[in-house]
Write a protein that binds this ligand. Structure first.
Ligand code: DGP
Length: 115
């Protein structure tokens, strides 16, 4: 755990969130500043700063993050209307929190432009 990291503090339950899911590997909670009706962050418990810091041994965990997003999208009722999964990585992406996370966005048409 990194005491300076807000997501580590959320994982440790030192900071409250609207929790959506948790298991021994990941937690999912609602974004504090949602940009869509459904805006959920899927976050590994372990502190990994970004996609750049992933290695081969993380492949299963990243796959399970995506599959978890699929399940949450179903629960949120947006599986068929559609949703977007986003990993921001580094300054040009606008990544603010340096703890790996995947945004699950949906509940309205999200527009066609990504950049
Ligand atoms: P990114 O730009 O990809 O690093 O997005 C980080 C997201 O994390 C941003 O949409 C806001 C969210 N966030 C930051 N701090 C908190 C917090 O304390 N609680 C919750 N629920 N979300 C947070």
């Amino acid at each position: 755990m990194n005491q300076q990291c807000i997501f580590c503090r959320i994982v440790a339950r030192e900071v409250q969130t609207k929790l959506v899911f948790e298991d021994e590997e990941v937690i999912a909670f609602r974004d504090i500043s949602p940009v869509a009706p459904t805006h959920i962050l899927i976050v590994p418990r372990v502190h990994i700063a970004s996609v750049n810091d992933l290695d081969q041994s993380d492949a299963g965990m990243v796959g399970r993050m995506v599959l978890r997003a699929k399940e949450i999208a179903k629960e949120e009722g947006i599986a068929s209307s559609g949703y977007r999964l986003v990993f921001n990585n580094g300054p040009d992406s606008g990544q603010v929190v340096k703890h790996l996370h995947m945004h699950l966005l949906g509940g309205r048409p999200l527009g066609g432009k990504l950049g």
